[in-house]
Design a protein around this ligand. Structure first.
Ligand code: CUA
Length: 315
């Protein structure tokens, strides 16, 4: 999965791929229709009143204002309010017991993603969400720093991620594909660079993906990657990042166990390519202003290349 997929991730509430998005799109169309009715009533009656201004008595003119300015908007808006309120219980309902549960934590400016397994164990990754089609999923959302907002427009509504408080969101994907999730609450300088690919799989494919994601990192297979692994250890990358199956057990930054498999780097910022790793490690602040990761621009080019080779081989 590469750059090609990264570019084909529409972020439209009308590109419907989930039950909740379907309901929200219906509400949108009804609101557009209701707004059009009010607009037509106001403009129509205004034009009529203007054309007939010499014939209309003051009383008839007042009646036009009351009909177009009060009665029509009141009826239409009350209808829309009732319709909107009726949708809420369903949109806010929890997923049935035993549904897939994923805990997503917002960070400045990335996403910690943990699949909570029924066995009580969890699988951690970052900046990417994979879900099976046709099954409800319960998302547990919170934040490690400031308020973020979790939003996958194609699948459903947005939900705030609040420090010290857990919110929930139920989604149910209706079709397979790659979509774009994003942060929908201004959370700092790099807010606009805080997105993530969302991949909807057929159920068996999702299970294969999850099983592989749960395995520890493979040992470096090429000499270059082995040297990169050495560099990774020497420069203390493991103080912030975890690579399961190695000494790296940091929890401040994103888990990198299978970072080479991910579609994007830097939370939707770059396509996952060897060159992108080098750019990111040397100058993360240039790729994403005010990112918390320190720059490693002091490393010589060949060492950056070794590090990148190691990271890319973490499939
Ligand atoms: Cu996180 Cu905006």
């Amino acid at each position: 999965m590469t750059a090609e997929l990264l570019e084909h991730r529409p972020q439209s509430t009308l590109d419907i791929a989930g039950n909740a998005a379907d309901v929200i799109a219906d509400l949108f169309y009804w609101m557009v229709a209701g707004g059009a009715v009010i607009w037509l009533a106001v403009v129509g009656l205004s034009l009529y009143g203007y054309r007939e201004r010499s014939l209309l008595s003051p009383r008839a003119a007042r009646r036009l204002v009351i009909v177009g300015g009060v009665i029509v908007p009141l009826v239409v808006l009350t209808g829309l309010l009732a319709y909107g309120l009726r949708l809420m219980p369903d949109l806010l309902a929890r997923a049935p017991e035993g549904s897939l549960t994923v805990h997503v934590t917002g960070h400045q400016y990335w996403w910690r993603v943990r699949y909570l397994l029924s066995s009580g164990e969890s699988i951690e990754l970052a900046n990417e969400l994979h879900l099976p089609v046709g099954a409800p999923v319960e998302l547990l959302l919170d934040s490690a720093d400031v308020i973020h907002s979790f939003w996958i427009p194609a699948l459903g509504g947005k939900m705030d991620m609040i420090p010290g408080h857990r919110t929930r969101l139920r989604l149910e994907p209706q079709r397979t594909g790659v979509f774009r999730g994003t942060c929908a609450e201004y959370c700092g300088e790099a807010h606009a660079w805080m997105s993530f690919p969302v991949v909807i799989h057929e159920a068996p494919e999702f299970q294969r993906w999850l099983a592989l994601e749960g395995t520890p990192a493979a040992a470096a297979a090429t000499p270059l990657a082995r040297e990169g692994a050495q560099s990774f250890a020497t420069h203390g990358c493991g103080a912030c990042h975890s690579v399961r199956g190695t000494e790296a057990r940091g929890t401040i930054g994103p888990d990198l166990t299978h970072v080479g498999r991910r579609i994007s780097l830097g939370a939707g910022r770059l396509a996952n390519e060897l060159d992108a790793f080098t750019r990111w490690v040397a100058h993360p602040d240039r790729v994403k202003p005010s990112v918390h990761m320190p720059a490693f621009a002091m490393l010589p080019a060949d060492e950056l290349l070794r590090l990148s080779a190691y990271l890319e081989h973490l499939q």
